[in-house]
Design a protein around this ligand. Structure first.
Ligand SMILES: Cc1ncc(COP(=O)(O)O)c(C=O)c1O
Length: 405
C-alpha cells in the first residue's frame, strides 16, 4: 500500500481540510456520500412525517435490522437499535436486577462511562465491582483471558469486557473470553463501541450474551445509532431504559419504538454500509491498520518513546507513550493546543498511570498527518518534557487545572 496516496481523498469527507484528523474512533467522521444519503432520507421523512412513523416505520426498521444483522453475522431476531453504546451497556446492566452480594467483573481498560454505570450500581445497590488488570504488554490470549477468569467468583453475575478498548485501542480476544467465562456459567456483556467497521465482527462465533456496537464511529453513519444484540435466553429480561407503547409486547417491539427520535442515523445505516462495501472492507481495514501502525511508529520515534500494544492486539487504533505522565487537566490542555495551535485532532488517554496519544487510522490519512502530530507534540512537550510545564503555561490552563483537581 502506498500511504502517500490515501485510499480516498479527504475532500470526500466533510472534514476541515486544514486539519490532521487522528480521532476517527472518538465520534466518527462523515463522508460526503453518506451525508448526502442522510439528506435524502430527511427530505423523504419531511415530505410526510406521519406517514413515515405511522405506516412505514416498522418495515424500515426491520429492513435496517436485516442489513445490520447480516453485516455482524447475527440473527436479526436478536438485534435491536439503541442511541449509542452508553445507552446499550446501561440498558443491559439496568435490566439485570443486580443487588447487594452480586459481583460484576470488568477490566482496567473499560470505558469511563461504563465505570460510572458500575460505580452507580455499587453505590446505589451494593454491587461489588472487580476490575481485572489486563497488561498492555500482553503477548498471548492467555495473558488476557487469565486475569478476567481469575476475577470470577461464585457471586459474579456478569463479566463486562471491551471488544476494542477506548484508552488503549486494545483488541480483546472476545471469542476466547466468552468461551472461558461461559465455562464458569457467567454471562458476558461485550462493549463493542469501536468494533463495527473497525473489525470483521462475527457475532455467531463470539457467542456473547449481550453485545453493543456503535455504527457512528467506524461505519460513519450520522450520529448516533448503535446495535444491541441479545442472546435469545436473555430477551425476556432485557428492556429499554425508556418504556413506551410496546414495552410489554416482547423484546424487539419494546426497542423498536421508545418515543419520537431523529430516525435519520438509523435509516442511513444501509447507505453507509454500501459506501464501505463499494471500497471493500478488507482494503479499508488493511489501510486503516497499516497507516495507523506506520504513523504510530513515526510519533514514537519523534518522542523517543514506544508504541504500547503488540500488533496482534490492535486494529485501527494505536497508542504511543508520552514522555511523562499528565494529569487530566494537562491532557485536555495539550489536546486543545494540538488543535488550536497545530491543527491536529488527537485523543490523549491515560492508562495504568501512563499518558498516551491515541492515533486512529482512516482511509483519508497519509503519513503527513502523523508527522504533523509528531512535530506538534515535540514542539509542545520539548525534547525532555516536564509535563507540568504544559498546564502552567497559560492562565486558562491554570483555571482548568484547578477545576479538575
Ligand atoms: C469502549 C467504549 N464504550 C462506550 C463508548 C461510548 O460511546 P457513545 O458515546 O457513543 O455512547 C465509547 C466511546 O468512545 C467507547 O470507546
Amino acid at each position: 500500500v502506498n500511504h502517500q496516496q490515501p485510499l480516498i481523498a479527504r475532500s470526500e469527507w466533510l472534514l476541515d481540510p486544514n486539519r490532521a484528523h487522528l480521532n476517527q474512533g472518538g465520534f466518527g467522521t462523515l463522508p460526503v456520500a453518506i451525508a448526502d444519503a442522510a439528506a435524502r432520507w430527511r427530505r423523504d421523512m419531511e415530505s410526510d412525517p406521519t406517514d413515515l412513523f405511522m405506516r412505514r416505520w416498522q418495515g424500515l426498521v426491520d429492513g435496517v435490522r436485516d442489513r445490520v444483522a447480516a453485516f455482524l453475522r447475527a440473527d436479526p431476531s436478536d438485534l435491536v437499535f439503541v442511541a449509542n453504546a452508553t445507552a446499550g451497556t446501561a440498558t443491559v446492566l439496568g435490566s439485570l436486577d443486580l443487588g447487594a452480594g452480586d459481583e460484576v467483573v470488568t477490566t482496567d481498560h473499560r470505558y469511563p462511562a461504563v465505570a460510572s454505570q458500575l460505580g452507580a450500581l455499587a453505590a446505589r445497590r451494593g454491587v461489588a465491582i472487580r476490575e481485572a488488570v489486563v497488561p498492555l504488554d500482553a503477548g498471548t490470549d492467555a495473558d488476557v483471558v487469565g486475569p478476567i477468569v481469575e476475577a470470577i467468583t461464585a457471586r459474579t453475575r456478569v463479566v463486562v469486557v471491551d471488544q476494542v478498548a477506548s484508552p488503549t485501542g486494545f483488541v480483546f480476544p472476545v471469542e476466547q473470553i466468552v468461551r472461558a467465562v461461559h465455562e464458569r456459567g457467567v454471562p458476558v456483556l461485550v462493549d463493542a463501541a469501536h468494533a463495527p467497521g473497525q473489525l470483521d465482527v462475527d457475532l455467531a462465533a463470539i457467542g456473547a450474551d449481550f453485545w453493543v456496537g456503535n455504527l457512528h464511529k467506524w461505519v460513519c453513519t450520522p450520529r448516533a445509532v448503535a446495535a444491541l444484540v441479545v442472546a435469545p435466553a436473555w430477551q425476556e429480561r432485557i428492556r429499554p431504559l425508556i418504556a413506551s407503547h410496546h414495552y410489554t409486547d416482547g423484546f424487539r417491539a419494546a426497542f423498536d419504538w421508545t418515543g419520537t427520535l431523529d430516525p435519520i442515523p438509523l435509516l442511513t445505516v444501509p447507505d453507509a454500509l454500501s459506501f464501505w462495501e463499494s471500497l471493500g472492507w478488507e482494503n479499508v481495514r488493511r489501510y486503516q491498520h497499516d497507516v495507523a501502525t506506520a504513523g504510530a511508529a513515526v510519533v514514537a520515534t519523534a518522542l523517543g518513546t514506544r508504541v504500547a500494544v503488540a500488533d496482534r492486539f490492535t486494529a485501527a487504533m494505536r497508542i504511543v507513550e508520552l514522555p511523562g505522565a499528565l494529569t487530566a487537566a494537562e491532557s485536555s490542555e495539550l489536546a486543545g493546543r494540538l488543535t488550536t495551535e497545530h491543527d491536529v485532532t488527537a485523543y490523549l488517554p491515560s492508562h495504568a498511570g501512563k499518558s498516551h496519544v491515541r492515533v486512529c487510522g482512516q482511509v483519508f490519512q497519509t503519513p503527513a498527518d502523523y508527522a504533523r502530530l509528531a512535530d506538534a507534540l515535540v514542539a509542545l512537550l520539548g525534547q525532555s518534557p516536564t509535563p507540568s510545564a504544559i498546564a502552567s503555561s497559560t492562565s486558562a490552563a491554570r483555571a482548568a487545572s484547578s477545576r479538575f483537581s
